[in-house]
Write a protein of this length. Structure first.
Length: 172
């Protein structure tokens, strides 16, 4: 019963309810400045659903969940499906080489896209509790979300400039 309440049934990741609960817990039990939040959003997800159907869209969501689990497997990361085609990862700031985990995600996306009839990439945004006015749970989430959408817009500009989705990946 507990699994049904706190787990996303499709991806088997934590759901948004459990994400919120966990974020409150970690900001109370560890130094708030050590909380690092990463948001991921699948780029052009609607076109996957529209072109290949919702079953393929669901498959893409599951594949992203697997990639995130694999990339963060040797950490104590808390991974959740935030909603729709958005995912969230909560880490302790001291986790070594956070950028290396993002590079693992990117490399996995390149490999995955080579085996699919469509390109799959992610926009990424992050925030650290206490930095850049992210001094509440709400502002931490807003900061990561804002950066993620900024990254998404930058990638769209890159696509327009290069006229090719194959020229970029999730990490600028």
């Amino acid at each position: 019963m507990k699994k049904e309440i706190f787990q996303d049934p499709l991806t088997k990741l934590n759901n948004r309810r459990e994400f919120q609960r966990h974020l409150v817990k970690v900001t109370k039990t560890i130094r708030k400045e050590d909380v690092f939040l990463i948001f991921f959003d699948i780029n052009d997800f609607k076109s996957i659903n529209d072109t290949f159907g919702h079953v393929e869209g669901d498959r893409a969501l599951v594949m992203i969940a697997q990639i995130l689990n694999a990339a963060f497997s040797n950490t104590k990361a808390f991974i959740a499906r935030y909603g729709g085609d958005e995912f969230a990862v909560i880490l302790k700031k001291e986790e070594p080489e956070i950028l290396s985990y993002l590079k693992k995600v990117d490399a996995s996306l390149v490999t995955l896209s080579a085996s699919l009839p469509y390109n799959i990439s992610l926009s990424v945004g992050y925030s650290i509790y206490g930095e850049e006015n992210a001094n509440t749970i709400e502002s931490l989430i807003q900061s990561a979300d804002k950066k993620m959408y900024w990254n998404k817009e930058e990638q769209k500009k890159t696509i327009c400039e290069n006229e090719s989705m194959a020229s970029f990946h999730s990490i600028p």
